[in-house]
Every structure is written in C-alpha cells, then in structure tokens.
Write a protein that binds this ligand. Sequence first.
Ligand code: ATP
Length: 573
Amino acid sequence: MARHRELFSRYVRPQWPRLIVLTVLLFGNIAIELIAPLWVSRFIDGVQSGATNSALITIAILFMVFTAARPIVMGIAGYLSEDVGWRSTNRLRTDLVRHCLNLDLSFHRKHTPGELMERVDGDVSELAEFLSFFVFGVVGRALLSVGIIVMAFLVDYRIGLTLLVAAAAVLIILRTTQRLAVPKSQALRAAKADMSSFLEERLGGRETIRANGGRDHLFDEMDGRIGVLVRRTRDAMVASRYSSSLLELMVALSAVAVLALGAYLLPSSSITLGEIYLGYYYTDLLSHSLIVVTMHMEGLQRASAAIRRIGELTAIQPTVVSGPGHEPDRGSLDIEFENVDFGYGGTQRALDGVSFRLAAGQTLGLLGRTGSGKTTIARLICREQDATGGAVRIGGADIRDYSLPQLRGLVTMVTQDVQLLHATLRDNLTFFDDSVSDERLFAALDELQLRKWYESLPDGLDTVLVDGGGSLSAGEAQLVALTRAFLNDPDVVVLDEASSRLDPATERLVEAATGRLLEGRTGVVVAHRLNTVRTLDHIAVLDQGRIQEIGEQTKLSADPTSRFATLLAGGTS
Ligand SMILES: Nc1ncnc2c1ncn2[C@@H]1O[C@H](COP(=O)(O)OP(=O)(O)OP(=O)(O)O)[C@@H](O)[C@H]1O
C-alpha cells in the first residue's frame, strides 16, 4: 500500500486540477444515471393515473435532456481520464528508463533487455490503462452502486433490502475470486516476460544458431514456453471469467426477486407500476455497475501486480554510486591499483590482490589467457563496478571520490563490441550533441587519419548506421568508437581491443587511430594481439586474477626469461 501511495503522490497528484474536474463530472454523471429513470417511472404512473398530455410530454422532455447530457459528460470525462492516465505514467516510464540505465552492470547481466522492456513498457501501459478507467470504471461505478441502493430504499425498503443483499453477495464473491485471480495473472505476466526475453536473446543470436544447426533445439524450447504461456493464459482467463459468471447469476436472481416482490405488493397498492419498473431498472443498473467494477477490479489486480513489480525494480539500487566530487589537475592522470580484489559473486575471485601503478601519460598493455581478469581491470578503472577489496586511484584520488559525471569526463572506455545506434554517423559520433560542429568532427577524423575512410562512406556524416553490423564492419565500428572517444578528450583511455580479426587495411586504420588516441594520455589496453602491445610502454601478464609479471615493454621483451618474451616467441597472447 505504501508503494501505491508513493506512486500516486509522485505521478498522479500533480494532475490535481484535472482530477478536480474529473470528480465534478463523476458526481454529475452519477446524478444523471440515478435521476433519469425516475422520469420514466413518473411517466408510467402518470399514464396509469390519467395525467394530462402536457404533463406527460414535460416528463418525456426532461427524460430526454438527462439522457442526452450523459454522453456529453462521459465524453469530456473520458478525454480527461485518458489524459491524466497517460500524463502520469509517461513520467513514470521515463523515470524507470533512467533508473535502469543507472543500475550496475551486474543487474543488466541478470536481466535481459526483453525483461526490462516488459517492466518499463508492459507494466507501465497496464497502469496507464488502469488509471484511465479507474475514476469512472471503478470509483464511479462503485459510488453509483451505493447511490442505487439508497434510491431503491427510497422507492421501497423491501426492494432496497433485496438489492443490498445482492450487492453484499457480489462483494463476497469478488473478494474470494480476487484471491484466486491475482497469482494467476502474475504467473501469466512472468511467462510473457520470459517469452519475450527468450525471443530477444535467440533472435539476437540468430547467426550462431543458424551456423551451428541449433534451430531444432530452439523450436523445442519455444514449444515448451508456448505450452506454459497457453496454460497460464487459460488459467488466468478461467479465474477471471469465474467471478463474472457468478456475478451474472446473482444479478439474474436479484431481478427475479425484485419482480416477484413487485407482483406480490402491487395488488395491495403498496407499490406502483412505475416503482416496480424503477426497482427492476435499478437492479439492472446495479448489475451492470458491479460487472464493470469487476472488470476493472481485474485491471486493479493487474495494476497491483504491475505496481509490485515496478516497486521491486525501483527498490534495486545501484552499488556504484556517485562520489562527493573531486577536481584533479587536468592532463593525463596516473592510475594506481592497491591490493585490489574483485569477485562476480561466485567463489572464484576474478581479481586477487592486484597492485600496480601506471604513471600519467604512460600506456599499459594487459595480456593473459582468457578469463585471467583483463576486462575486469578495465571495468574497475571505468567504475562499471567497484573493487570488493583494496583501492583503485586515478590522479591520486580514490576513484569513488569522483562524481560519476566527473569520472565519465576523465575516463573513456572503448569496448570490444561497439554499439552503434540506428542514426547518422554524425549522431553516433556526437551522441546527439548539436553543439559539436562538423568542423570539429572533421578535425577529429583528420587527427585519427580517418578522413579517407570517411570519404568512402556513401553519405558522409549523414550516412545512416545500423546496430548489429548492418552498415559497417566490426573494424569500422571500432573506428567510430575511437573517434567518439577522441572527441570526448579524456585524460585516461581504456581500450578493450576487438578480438575479431580485421582486414589488413582496416587493422592499419584502427592501429593508427588507437596510437593517436593514446598519445599524451594514460592508457590501459586489454590486448588480444601482440602487435598492439609492441607500441605500449608497459606490459602486465595476468593469470587467474593475479599479475604474474609487470614491467617496461622494451625491458621485458629483451629479457628471454620473461613471460612476455615467451609469449612473443610463441606469437600468441
Ligand atoms: N559477468 C560475469 N559474471 C560472472 N563471472 C564473470 C563475469 N565476467 C567475467 N567473469 C569471470 O571473471 C574472471 C575474469 O574474467 P575477465 O572477463 O576479466 O577475463 P579476461 O581476461 O578479460 O578474459 P577474455 O580475454 O576472455 O575477455 C573469469 O573467471 C570470468 O569467468
């Protein structure tokens, strides 16, 4: 409930002027619904008692006025409630995306983008739809139901009592079936989220699956998931239909009870024909109102489940939090690891007591077998994750002292798998920052010796790039990432070299651009090719999360007993 209140006060309350108008319209609509049938009742009694034609016409006109007013009120209210619903949830959607982007990498490794889309879009849309109908669908109809019972008591206390008993029975049925339906709808949504993350992952890996003949296995897995989805959809539907069927049965019984009561009372003149009509009409209206409430109660259940899941997501806090802020002397900065430990959660440590110091403006190549901890060191320098023991310092200050925006300004990482956005080359380079002029982009391309490559692109800076390698080769994507990094003008560069083979021409371009990017900067390169490390000042060889050897590149290569010299002789990293 606390979560519901928090969401309401943060996202719905700011819409209070619209909510006030909605409330006025709501009560206006209830009044219209309750009063309109009174005119019909009076009309029937008027005909029976021989009222004048003009009196009957006046009653008919009043009925028409009330009937015509209803769609107008409902139209305006419908517009406003949609408006309130979507305005509030759009802010929530933006906040959730921001929250997800701020969460640690460890979170993103556990949750696929498909799952997050289901939270950010699926659950929030559920809430938006619910909010749009809530005022009129649930609150409005619930109040109308109370109004109907009061009016029924005014007509005849016995009819009032009949409707009261019917409404009480309906509420008991609702509460009982709700307990049954909520877990079913939760299970259904979980199955949907599982299906979308499964599809996203498998379609993303389509090339590997096709190349390795994994299609049959994929379809087997998919069949299993579809089976779960079908079962859970059926269970959820049955649970929700169960309550409305019981409800309809109750309504039919109430209508029969009211009509039988009228037939019993009419001969003794303790009730008029118009009042019997009114009793029957109110029974029907009550039934419809309660059915609408039930339908939206299903929405309430789904919205409750969505709020719970959104709450669970927002409760997860990043462990990498912004530091108080520290302004180092700009220029290249030194990097120091002091007895750094790191583990990804399992028993094995990815880094175990790693210590080294890289002087400002120097470059260090990290070598070692796969899984030896090279990428982990790179991630710690960018503060994608924090060391579990020891300290990482940049420019003499603990990395956690910098605010995250400060650190992002000081350190830039070029990852192995470059993510291109479906946008122009210009936007991919500037990240949609219009203040970066084309001249600056050309200057950067010139500096990195990429002008020729750039001129080979069909539309220059307006060439539209596609993520997933549709438009550029992996090597060319690296060139975009290197230019992006150069434009950031960082003090420290962390480079996770692409392990895939590049064609010789692109490789030369990547090498030249990398060399220029590292010039005058402190650089750490996760090296997959020995060629790359020959240009670096220092080399560290890692094994099982420990530094086995570290030293100047020239000294190590000249020492035949060093591991680096052995690696060079073997020709592998
Ligand atoms: N996201 C992760 N979750 C759990 N364990 C991980 C994760 N990333 C790396 N590891 C583990 O941490 C250890 C170090 O991995 P790391 O990626 O730093 O090695 P690496 O030397 O960069 O390997 P490669 O050359 O293959 O990229 C390995 O045992 C690896 O299995």
